[in-house]
Write a protein that binds this ligand. Sequence first.
Ligand code: NAI
Length: 343
Amino acid sequence: MKKIAFFDTKPYDKIFFKKLKDEYDLEFRFYESKLNIDNAYKAKGYDGAVAFVNDDIDKETIDALCENGIRVLAMRCAGYNNVDIKAAFNKIHVLRVPAYSPYAVAEHAMALLLCINRKIHKAYNRTRDNNFSISGLTGFDLHGKTVGVIGTGKIGQVFIDICRGFGMKILAYDPYPIKDSDITYTDVETLCKESDVISLHCPLTKETNHLINEKTIKLMKEDAVIINTSRGALIDSEALTTALVEERIGGAGLDVYEEESDLFFEDASDKILKDNVLARLVNLPNVVVTSHQAFLTKEALENIARTTCQNLYDYFEGNTLENEICYKCKKFDTCDRKGGKCF
Ligand code: NAI
């Protein structure tokens, strides 16, 4: 039985991972603390570590894990922008869950869009207060509107299908467009100019950091709605907030926020919010913020737990590591993956 240090544990993780531990011959030590340089020592004596989206797995943390004998890190998420994969190369095998439910995330993106557009959040509060007025709740038909989808990978494609069900026209931007598809691709500028709704489904990289910024926002229609279920730093939050306050865009549905790591997933209801940008965003009537919950469906959690356990099992059994990621094997891989591993 292999012993695994499990960081940033949420109550739901325990439920789904405990169900599978015997099947995969794994024993978990659940830590609530995040994996970062201060907590890496907690992995000492374990055979592997499991981490999550807001853990801070920089070079120092990688080195500390290594010093404590860790050679495998299983991310229980798809994104790995919080892992210094270059520093991990030749030291720690980084595994991830590339797809667990694109439907969960794409459906949440549509939930945010419907909520913002039809002002469900306001109606919910009103009717609970016996206020049955509908003034100020006017939305627009999604039918016939143009949705700009940035990133047409697994989640982007499901989102496109959902939008087509609503009768929306699709515009997309992706540096690696799907060949022979019926999706109309364009550049980011045209997408920003022509879309009524813009939804982000690309990973956070150096190129996509602050993809939505003062300049791109200025191109958008004044009633455009931005949806972000991908990663917070795709949007320059200050530029977004300014545009919303100055009524230069229509609204935003945000499941992620660039400074989310110390706040999201935690109950801070008894504390004063020190982040002025987030404090402003959550109080704007045309903004709905959810705290990185787009993935949170029963099906997705089952898949995350199973793939993470399978990834660890494959590593310990010496099997091909299907879900290993390294800095060489991103899109067009230069990683030779000798023996089914990146190194
Ligand atoms: P994927 O890898 O299937 O698709 C990503 C797409 O983005 C690819 O087609 C890629 O070519 C494209 N892309 C790469 N660079 C780009 C750029 N500069 N501009 C536009 N497109 C670019 O990934 P998947 O599964 O669709 O996930 C997308 C993102 O969703 C993840 O990177 C992650 O950040 C986020 N996510 C959020 C979750 C949540 O709970 N809020 C849960 C799961 C994923």
